[in-house]
Write a protein that binds this ligand. Structure first.
Ligand code: AMP
Length: 289
């Protein structure tokens, strides 16, 4: 069912969260937010089929942070497949929840565990992290948390990346009395099984088309392999975008293409899994800026 003219004010979100929404400049809730926010506010467990770009982070973040207590203990745990997503989620929650005293930290492998633990001990009430590092910190007793809400973000990607067993183990360290939300673009059988195991009487929601995505105009051009780059350059020069992301098949292609684009006067940087974490963060922040 499509609801027109939905407003964030129709939800029973706290005043400080409503302020965060205004600051973020969100004018209307997205379809997944319309469905998820009331259920999450009621304390229900939810399995939501939602893709990136649908506003899923705010769909779970706004209602969960609406109940954030002034205590500095970790109340919300978000488990994500990648470091980038952990960082992105913690930044978005921190920003949306700034009037609600949200303090989000991210934990992930490939960076100092000590610094992450120290950030945790300095008043964090939200943690976003990747399964391997979370399990490591929890099983060694270095991170003792009792979140009242746990979110699995992009569960199908975590399955593809081989994290399901780590996740099952993580739940052994989490309190039984908790609200659990699972977000996934697709719901393969293994993800459904996981949901059965860790969620309690979940409500399943699914938004048909994503309005955020529907606002995106899509075009394609058929060109031969050896014309691809010239076509890309022509496209970027003909209708110069403020910013653009070009996806390539391989890491090497990304490296080479970015060198050649830059040489042609189109400043560009590559980003992929072979770059060190701080380099990737620098690329992302220069892109945002
Ligand atoms: P996500 O699907 O969580 O990755 O969100 C995609 C992007 O949409 C993020 O940059 C959000 O800040 C933004 N966003 C989320 N909800 C809304 C909304 N209701 N109105 C406008 N932008 C939104």
């Amino acid at each position: 069912m499509k609801q027109k003219h939905a407003q964030f004010s129709q939800f029973d979100l706290s005043e400080s969260i409503q302020k965060g929404i205004v600051d973020a400049g969100f004018s209307e809730p997205s379809p997944i937010q319309i469905e998820a926010i009331p259920l999450v506010l009621k304390g229900r467990d939810v399995v939501a089929q939602a893709q990136t770009g649908t506003g899923k982070t705010a769909a779970f973040g706004l209602p969960l942070m609406s109940r954030l207590l002034p205590a500095s203990s970790v109340q919300i745990l978000v488990i994500t497949p990648t470091r980038e997503l952990a960082l992105q989620v913690s930044e978005e929650l921190q920003s949306l929840g700034k009037h609600a005293q949200a303090k989000a930290v991210s934990v992930y492998g490939g960076a100092s565990a000590r610094e992450q633990i120290s950030a945790l001990k300095h008043g964090a009430n939200i943690v976003a992290g990747t399964p391997g590092r979370l399990l490591d910190l929890m099983s060694s007793g270095r991170m003792k948390i009792e979140p009242s809400a746990v979110v699995l973000d992009e569960a199908d990607r975590m399955l593809d990346m081989g994290f399901i067993e780590d996740i099952e183990q993580i739940f052994e360290f989490l309190p039984d009395a908790r609200q659990t939300l699972l977000f996934s673009a697709t719901l393969p059988e293994r993800v459904q099984k996981l949901a059965q195991k860790i969620l309690s009487e979940p409500v399943r929601i699914r938004t048909q088309s994503t309005e955020t995505a529907a606002r995106i105009k899509q075009k394609y051009f058929v060109v031969s392999e050896n014309e691809k780059e010239a076509a890309l350059v022509r496209l970027l020069e003909f209708d110069p975008p403020d910013r653009a992301i070009v996806f390539s098949k391989t890491k090497r292609e990304a490296d080479e293409l970015s060198v050649r684009l830059t040489a042609r006067g189109i400043p560009s940087r590559p980003i992929h899994g072979d770059l060190e974490q701080n380099k990737r963060e620098r690329v992302l922040s220069s892109f945002r800026a």
